[in-house]
Design a protein around this ligand. Structure first.
Ligand SMILES: *Cc1c(COP(=O)(O)O)cnc(C)c1O
Length: 439
């Protein structure tokens, strides 16, 4: 426990006022070294017959993040045609992308998609409708497909909203429909060379292992042409003390053993693919906010900070917990939930943002009531730093609510240099698509 550091990356608290003074608050911060270490860890996952790692770019789709991650050798999983186009505009070729989407692109978007596929984008069929729309094109262009299977078994974490495998979610072609789609493909002479399942985010590693067994079962029954099997993303990270992170070595060792078994039984050596988002970036990110005001009610002591749900919606959406640190105006770390570090007595504060929304807080219970966070006594002008915000924060937030402008992002490079990677939105951008019509 050192006084000047906090968080899994041991980010120096002294940087906080430097960043805040230079670029203002609220501001997102990313630690490049951390992202690269996560990539290395994933690329070194034990495997039997080869490993391919795709980064699920919806976790954080910023171009600098994409360049860092692909620079390490990870490819991408895109969740929409626009996401693929966005990655391409960052200089990433289509042959490094797979598209796994709920969309059924039509018209011009459909043509665009066909162009992407011709340039090497892998299409992951996620519904019967998608199959019917793509089949003729794939056949004529001589392109093999991937298929996402809905396993009818759940896998998500603490929240039903992140479970993508249960009967109450609708991702992929349901197992019930697999015989039909396999037969249609066989009749057409199309091949599914990859089978994919993603059961959800942040769940129990046991679910991840169960999914491997189940998935290999239906690869064996239905997919004779599959050479690659994707076990999806969903590798859990520990944001808060006491949470348990997925053990990449242990999961890889398990997967490798099952794949070797599969080879002994069938003679088929399957390459393994994984597509984590959270694991790559979650703990590389922080949000730096500034205490603007303090208020007291009969029930709660409040710190009002200048960024909340419009920067990070996970507490409101999922009840997720993110570790809070208090950094003084002089850059000293005063308290950190990462390691129960606190100077002086910890005080329970309701930490709220600036949106006109009673649930705009970083800590909420299941009913959406604000839960106080135990932190060091903080004054107006001190910093509240929210940790574990590298994934699903800037890419998934109700930005511009209350007409707040999207916050800028800074990356700490490997030589500790701080670089602005995204500017703060300007006011004009809030209204740039609105038209002045005659009234
Ligand atoms: C969101 C998503 C992922 C990544 O999930 P994480 O929990 O961030 O690892 C992987 N695959 C698909 C298809 C997804 O939709």
């Amino acid at each position: 426990m050192t006084q000047n550091h906090f968080g899994p990356t041991r980010l120096d608290a002294a940087l906080v006022p430097l960043i805040a003074q230079k670029w203002g608050t609220p501001v997102y911060l990313h630690d490049r070294a951390f992202i690269e270490q996560s990539c290395d860890q994933l690329l070194n996952m034990p495997n039997a017959f080869g490993l391919h790692v795709r980064y699920a770019m919806k976790a954080n789709s910023d171009r600098t993040v994409l360049r860092v991650v692909t620079g390490k050798g990870l490819d991408l999983d895109c969740s929409s045609v626009d996401e693929a186009a966005r990655a391409h505009s960052a200089g990433i070729p289509y042959d490094r992308m797979m598209l796994t989407t709920q969309e059924v692109p039509l018209g011009q978007e459909r043509e665009e998609l066909e162009g992407m596929i011709r340039n090497g984008l892998k299409y992951n069929v996620c519904s019967l409708t998608q199959y019917r729309l793509i089949a003729d094109f794939a056949k004529q262009a001589g392109i093999d497909l991937s298929i996402r299977v809905h396993p009818g078994a759940s896998g998500g974490g603490e929240s039903q909203t992140r479970d993508t495998g249960s009967e109450y979610s609708c991702f992929g072609v349901h197992l019930n429909d697999i015989p039909t789609v396999v037969e249609m493909a066989r009749d057409k002479g199309l091949r599914f060379t990859q089978v994919h399942v993603h059961i959800g985010s942040g769940g129990d590693p046991e679910k991840w292992r169960e999914n491997i067994d189940r998935e290999l079962g239906f690869v064996r029954s239905y997919f004779p042409d599959a050479g690659t099997v994707s076990f999806g993303g969903g590798l859990k990270v520990a944001r808060m003390p006491g949470e348990k992170q997925a053990d990449i070595n242990e999961l890889g060792t398990y997967a490798a053993a099952r794949l070797k078994e599969f080879k002994e039984q069938t003679g088929r050596a399957l390459r393994m693919e994984i597509e984590p988002g959270t694991f790559v970036v979650a703990n590389s990110g922080y949000i730096i906010t500034r205490v603007m005001d303090k208020k007291l009610t009969n029930e709660m002591n409040f710190l009002l900070v200048d960024g909340g749900m419009e920067l990070l919606s996970r507490p409101l959406l999922y009840g997720s917990e993110h570790p809070i640190s208090i950094v003084g105006q002089d850059g000293t770390l005063r308290s950190s939930e990462y390691d129960s570090y606190s100077v002086g007595t910890a005080t329970p504060y309701g930490i709220v943002g600036r949106c006109c929304e009673s649930g705009d807080s970083v800590r909420l219970d299941n009913e959406g009531t604000i839960v106080p966070v135990q932190v060091a006594e903080a004054e107006i002008g001190d910093y509240v730093v929210i940790g574990g915000t590298g994934a699903y924060s800037e890419s998934m937030s109700p930005e511009n609510y209350n007409s707040h402008r999207k916050a800028p992002a800074v990356m700490k490079m490997k030589d500790a240099e701080l670089v602005l990677i995204r500017k703060r939105q300007v006011r004009e951008q809030l209204v740039q698509n609105e038209l002045d019509v005659d009234l």
